[in-house]
Ligand binder design. Structure first.
Ligand code: FES
Ligand code: FE
Length: 441
């Protein structure tokens, strides 16, 4: 049971900032966004702004975007290429690896190195940074476990979205928009809410955007959870791996590369078991979508992949950062049509997006009232009692992936997410050392 007020409560949000977002690994961008030395993008972890830059040495860093002098934002642009960042306030300058290089009137104002030691001073690095398939994550906890350990077996599923060829993926975006909704609602929805699709997205089916009725596709699909994330799958019609990938619109050249990249188990999940990943979320606020609507006026479908980050602004507002992702080695025509399919479904004005957001805004505003404090929401779908599921977990020969998977509707993943959420909120915040700048030895 989830208390309704957790979807709109100032104190809960403060606790989430202090104990959850200060510890978890958080997605901030992809290496393909900053391919060349000097390339940078600016990304936030709640209120903290970070410059995500590739230094002249080729290394990717996340540097706290706050001048060591009086705290001005050093970089005001969203993205670009720079060898240096110069603070607009008094002109301190930093290399693209964060080291201080210039300090106006160093001798006159500070007495030179004796008064302010430049050597070894740099913009504060994010306490931890790690990557998986080019996805860049930071953690504000210097003691964070390695990213792979944190993600656990969810990486098995991440590969379908982010490793379709040795070239990896390339991203377009992010598109950004704000919704007056609590950040957890979207994460839960993408993690496993198959149940809303036939109702909320009825119109999308009625206008013929999909080859088969949504409810039909959904009822034989399964919900899985593995490691730090989970999602939903569609059940595809009978066929081989190649036939099934063709069925969702992938051209043969892409399919051949997928077979090279994916493990036998990853291939078996589609080829033998017939499950194709759809939406997913990784704790706490990273989500994925994979779908294959009809394109243009034809009966052909085309798959698209989208990555999104739910960036909390407050207890009742979330900024959505939404990227289109595509295999770097995909044919240009495929990339162009896939991008169109993404925009039509899950871009800022996408049909699914419009349907979903109305629910989430309404839910959030109601959760902020006094009556919501009485209500424990029902999230028991899929269980008869606390340890008796309605349907058994799939056996290994039915589901080649790791974790636990069950066919049909259920709120297993929403419960996994909220259990992890509660676990974080019950633990004290990690301690970070204070950093003093430039004081002489
Ligand atoms: Fe940046 Fe003074 S605040 S140079
Ligand atoms: Fe939806």
């Amino acid at each position: 049971m989830t208390p309704a007020y957790v979807y709109n409560d100032r104190e809960i949000f403060e606790l989430e900032k202090e104990r959850l977002f200060s510890r978890a690994w958080l997605f901030v961008g992809h290496e393909s966004e900053i391919p060349e030395p000097g390339d940078y993008v600016v990304r936030r972890v709640l209120e903290d702004s970070f410059i995500l830059a590739r230094g002249n040495d080729g290394e990717v860093r996340a540097m706290f975007n706050m001048c060591l002098h009086r705290g001005m934002q050093v970089c005001r642009a969203e993205m670009g290429n720079a060898t240096h960042f110069r603070c607009p306030y008094h002109g301190w300058s930093y290399r693209n690896d964060g080291r201080i290089v210039g300090l106006p009137f160093h001798q006159e104002a500070y007495g030179g190195e004796a008064g302010f030691r430049r050597k070894g001073q740099a913009l504060l690095p994010a306490p931890a940074l790690d990557t998986y398939n080019g996805l860049i994550f930071v953690s504000l906890d210097p003691e964070a476990p390695p990213l792979r350990e944190y993600l656990g077996d969810f990486t098995f599923f991440l590969d379908y979205y982010t490793k379709q060829s040795s070239g990896g993926i390339e991203l377009r975006g992010p598109q950004r928009w704000r919704v007056k909704a609590n950040w957890k609602i979207g994460v839960e929805n993408f993690a496993g809410d198959m149940y809303h699709t036939p109702q909320t997205h009825t119109s999308v089916v009625e206008i013929g955007l999909f080859r088969e009725p949504k409810a039909e596709k959904r009822k034989d699909g399964c919900t899985y959870w593995a490691g730090r994330g989970g999602g939903t799958t569609y059940k595809l019609p009978p066929g081989t791996l190649e036939e099934r990938l063709r069925y969702v619109g992938y051209p043969d050249a892409m399919i051949a590369r997928m077979k090279e990249m994916w493990s036998p188990e990853q291939q078996a999940l589609i080829g033998d078991n017939g499950f194709m990943v759809s939406a997913a979320s990784a704790f706490p606020n990273l989500s994925f979508v994979h779908n294959w609507p009809k394109v243009e006026d034809s009966d052909d479908v085309l798959p698209f992949i989208s990555i999104r980050q739910w960036q909390p602004i407050s207890e009742d507002e979330t900024e959505v950062l939404s990227w289109f992702a595509v295999d770097k080695d995909a044919p240009e025509e495929f990339k162009a049509l896939s991008y169109k399919a993404y925009l039509m479904c899950f871009g800022s004005s996408g049909m699914f997006e419009q349907d979903d957001v109305e629910n989430w805004v309404s839910l959030t505003s109601t959760a902020g009232g006094s009556m919501a404090r009485q209500l424990l929401l029902n999230n028991r779908m899929g269980i008869l009692s606390d340890d008796t599921p309605v349907v058994p977990a799939l056996a290994p020969e039915q589901f080649a992936g790791p974790g636990v998977a069950r066919v049909g509707y259920g709120e297993y993943n929403q419960r996994f997410l909220m259990a992890d959420w509660a676990d974080h909120l019950e633990r004290p915040a990690p301690v970070r050392p204070r950093v003093e700048v430039g004081t002489p030895d």
